[in-house]
Design a protein around this ligand. Structure first.
Ligand SMILES: [Mn+2]
Length: 365
């Protein structure tokens, strides 16, 4: 089963570009700006996913290959499954709750260019905001999302048709290294880019895949990417505890509203019994989506403080439920197809209330 690592809210299907979030550059413009720099910090959204890690590390490797100092800075939680991509590249990790180290402060202070990939939103850059605020003239964004804050960077290449930031960064790296196409990139860089492309498209299954995605993937395989090895290293490396916590979740499964709504729950003692940590449940909420009749899925999680944390997802298409609106009735929010909330109610009560809220939710046309 391929379960995505924790990442930013799912917005693959939101292709519409927001007014006030416009592209003003292309691969050439970004590459020539980066070429003119001597010390670059490359960063991305907090809780970096495969695309975030792949796109940033590909850039760091490419810049270092042309003798530009480059370091990747990540705000956690960090997934160890991506460690193999960094190789010899300098990388800094920090949890969002920790304060920056002196090295991080110094890196940003001495950088003459800051490159951000896979986001352009202050909300996803909160932990590095103090470093990059008021430096939009030195900052470059490469992003494929339909929302962002133009004030982050003066130079922005935004391409919402790109399935992954890596699809774009492949073009930038090719230009930096004077390659005719990504097929000529060094294998190390191609591997980073392929990982981002594969994970952001659910291994080339999601609706964001285009012919260009496949063309780029084919080029990256020509460049020496071992696609099967990447699959094994990212998708077949779960801990046994994760499988056990998945079992607990499935044991708790309830199918409601004529099998349209699947809700699961996890209690603190489930984590204890499985020996699992709170990082082990990412993506579990999605499992019942494989059932044809299921339109909405939810996972209710007992929090140490007795509150309940809710994760909600819905499938797109006719009769779809806007889970953002459902989450709002619990004081939470998010996107149409991915939302969350925290309530003061205990688990059972939350689930009963949730079943009712989903049954009464308005259906999208
Ligand atoms: Mn992405």
């Amino acid at each position: 089963m391929s379960v995505p690592p924790p990442g930013p809210p799912e917005e693959e299907l939101e292709l519409a570009q927001e007014p006030g979030w416009n592209s003003n550059a292309d691969a050439d413009g970004v590459a020539s700006r980066l070429r003119g720099a001597s010390r670059v910090v490359v960063t991305t959204h907090a809780k970096p996913d495969g695309d975030a890690v792949g796109s940033t590390l590909a850039l760091v490797h490419a810049l270092r290959a042309i003798n530009i100092e480059a370091t990747a800075v990540y705000i956690g939680p960090w997934s160890d499954r991506f460690n193999f991509l960094a190789e010899d590249a300098p990388v800094i990790h920090r949890e969002p709750t920790e304060s920056p180290t002196d090295r991080e402060e110094q890196l940003f202070a001495s950088a003459d260019c800051i490159a951000i990939t896979d986001t352009g939103s202050w909300s996803q850059l909160e932990a590095v905001r103090t470093h990059i605020q008021n430096r939009s003239d030195q900052t470059v964004i490469i992003d494929h999302h339909g929302h962002g804050d133009e004030a982050v960077a003066d130079l922005r290449w935004i391409e919402t048709r790109a399935a992954a930031a890596c699809e774009m960064v492949a073009e930038v790296c090719a230009r930096l290294l004077n390659c005719k196409s990504p097929a000529q990139l060094p294998r190390q860089i191609a591997t980073c880019l392929y990982l981002g492309l594969a994970t952001d498209t659910g291994w080339f299954r999601f609706s964001n895949v285009t012919s260009n995605t496949f063309r780029t993937a084919a080029d990256l395989i020509d460049a020496g990417t071992d696609a099967d090895a990447i699959y094994q290293q990212t998708e077949l490396t779960d801990s046994p505890q994760r499988l056990l916590i998945m079992r607990s979740a499935l044991n708790s499964l309830r199918l409601e509203n004529n099998n349209e709504f699947a809700v699961m729950s996890l209690r603190l003692r489930d984590f204890e019994e499985a020996g699992a940590s709170r990082d082990d449940y990412g993506g579990i909420v999605d499992i019942p989506k494989t059932v044809g009749s299921v339109k909405v899925v939810a996972l209710a999680l007992e929090a140490p403080d007795g509150r309940t944390k809710l994760s909600l997802r819905s499938k797109a298409g006719a009769g779809s439920v806007d889970v953002n609106l459902v989450a709002q009735t619990f004081g939470g929010g998010g996107h149409k197809h991915a939302a969350g909330a925290r309530t003061d109610l205990p688990l059972e009560q939350t689930i009963e209330k949730l079943i009712e809220a989903v049954a009464n939710a308005e259906r999208l046309a």
